[in-house]
Design a protein around this ligand. Structure first.
Ligand SMILES: C[C@@H](N)C(=O)N[C@H](C)C(=O)O
Ligand SMILES: [Zn+2]
Length: 247
């Protein structure tokens, strides 16, 4: 893990090995200070919305037990369909997780924080907080509980492709293989990530750069990078009306 990262410090990364950009992490005050005006858009299921969008119904790689794990805001769904329309022939999306209850988000943050604390006993609370934010969002700015974030990978002819790491792997220094633009992954994996990047960015999604699979629209992180207000705030699980499907 990153030994020298400080809270609110920008991290320089090589993007595609050509340009150096500044990576904004979730604990950055620019993200924390985003104003949110929730537009009250509905939460809708991701099931059966497009011929090339599949859901990992096994839930084997996520900790949420919520039946709403594959729900997202309406505009997020529309934009994911647009992204799916631009997939190369033979590729499909596999959604791992979308909506996540606030209680689960809080628990995941606390668990990761405690785990980093025991791994790095000499680090300050602020340093541990910064490390944790590389991997899990603090609830104040978390995208999943708003219905604005989606964890997604690619299938080719129905089989998960090589993305350089497993979904939800933890980034370890110096390779940081889960970073979207890690240079230490194979050429095949880079090509697969590029497909994901092209399709998702064209549809208006923003990636969280430490996790190749995490994309959002309308949440605080998206708003910060787009210099606008966030459209979605956290939604309580009990306030979501299911869209009449059998799950
Ligand atoms: C824990 C990981 N799957 C994740 O969701 N991370 C992002 C940053 C989040 O918590 O929103
Ligand atoms: Zn995510």
């Amino acid at each position: 893990m990153n030994e020298i990262m400080e809270m609110n410090e920008d991290v320089n990364i090589e993007k595609r090995g050509v340009r150096t950009e500044t990576m904004i992490l979730l604990n950055d005050e620019r993200v924390m200070n985003v104003t949110c005006v929730d537009n009250k858009e509905e939460m809708v299921t991701l099931r059966n919305i497009h011929k090339d969008i599949f859901i990992d119904e096994s839930r084997s790689q996520i900790s949420s037990k919520s039946d709403l794990f594959c729900y997202a805001r309406e505009e997020v769904i529309n934009r994911l369909k647009m992204a799916a329309d631009s997939l190369p022939v033979g590729y499909q999306f596999l959604v791992k997780e979308a909506y996540r209850p606030l209680s689960r988000q809080k628990k995941s943050f606390e668990e990761a924080f405690e785990s980093y604390k025991s791994e790095y006993p000499l680090k300050s609370q602020d340093e541990i907080y910064g490390l944790t934010c590389q991997y899990v969002a603090p609830i104040e700015v978390a995208g999943h509980p708003t219905g604005g974030a989606i964890d997604i990978t690619l299938l080719k002819n129905g089989i998960e492709v090589d993305m350089g790491t497993e979904f939800n792997d933890i980034p370890y220094e110096p390779e940081n293989l889960t970073y979207l633009y890690s240079q230490f992954i194979s050429e095949d994996a880079k090509a697969n990530r590029n497909i994901l990047i092209e399709c998702m960015e064209k549809a208006g999604f923003i990636n969280y750069p430490t996790e190749w699979w995490h994309w959002s629209y309308g949440d605080c992180y998206w708003a910060c990078l787009n210099h606008c207000d966030a459209k979605y705030s956290g939604v309580r699980e009990e306030d979501i009306v299911m869209s009449g499907e059998l799950i």
